[in-house]
Design a protein around this ligand. Sequence first.
Ligand code: ATP
Length: 386
Amino acid sequence: MSLCKRRGFVYPSSEIYGGFSGFWSYGHYGTILKENIKSLWRQRFIFDKEAMFATDTSIIGNPQVLEASGHVSNFGNEIFKTEVGTGEDTVVSHLRAETAQGIFVDFKNLVDSHHPKLPFGVGQIGKAFRNEISPRDFIFRQREFEQMEVEYFVKEEDWEKYFEMWREVMNRFALEVGIKAHELEVSAEDRAHYSKRTIDFQFDYPFGRGELWGLAYRTDFDLKNHNLDYFDEESGTRFVPHVIEPSLGLDRTILAVLTSAYTEDELGGEKRIYLKLNKNIAPVRVAVFPLLKNKPELIAKAREVYAMLKKEIPNIEFDDNGNIGKRYRRQDEIGTPHCITIDFDTLGDPSTGSGQETLKDTVTLRDRDTGEQERVKISELSSLLK
Ligand code: ATP
């Protein structure tokens, strides 16, 4: 938690007023890490699949949605009430407790716009709100959080096949973001009454094992509640599709990613902390430094290398603050996989550096995990960093 605050990942919400229980803000690196995870999720859960649609539904909906969806029994007093409109026109509504409901409510619109054939699905990333009685464990249990959910519509007889398909997608996603997830088959007594099968993906948080994500077979419960059905052109019949729901909490993913990546070791006789983030989600892919900050020729060359790489690697950072050791420590703590340093040998001036002219236009490339540096040609950098 202190690293998250020190380095700009996560701050307590409205901290100057003493914070607010259950609410957190993401800082610069936290926001970028979140965006990287979201875009990987979109790739794996929507774009890589056929007949997957994206949506972004409203957080506040018609109050009837709440009644029809069975949320009152599911979430009880955990729902945030809000007033919509003014004066006599005021209507009491609520903030959604899960992103899924908007997908079901818009089911007819989706079918009318795209005429999809079963199986098909809809994916959504968005905020959800629960007035949790005891928010706790940093960003694990919050009152405002973000979900990445898919509702996948299938014919009843196909549910097992597609349950397995999403189970595999979730397990692969865990590996790709660097998390070790443990599957827990939820027993009939512990499942929601409408679910015929649920797997909880759990994670070993510093405070113990807890839920990370869920995968549920929700039967035809949701569409039925909203009196929605589907006309199958192939068979010429009308029926209610069944639903498989992979539901991923984004904040719990971030917490699992950060705690998995957090490493303490010793480098060059000194203790250090670093985040062993996978390079596909690290907020900064590579940082470029001039060896010294008061030598204009080093800075100019470093800026040139930075500008060249930025065209191909947008999440690159230029840093000339403090001394080089401090910069390495900072980049280690935010999980930057590689650092590039421009020194006097790069300039190839025989009167400075090691004096070896053959080192002209080479830089040092430092690996975060080992701390080792190798000398590489500037022209090879972009292919080495891919
Ligand atoms: P829990 O049992 O921990 O309260 P849940 O079973 O109520 O969670 P779901 O309704 O299945 O959770 O919501 C799907 C996902 O949303 C969860 O797997 C989790 O990642 C995330 N989530 C749920 N509640 C919270 C919360 N209060 N804060 C942060 N993330 C949450």
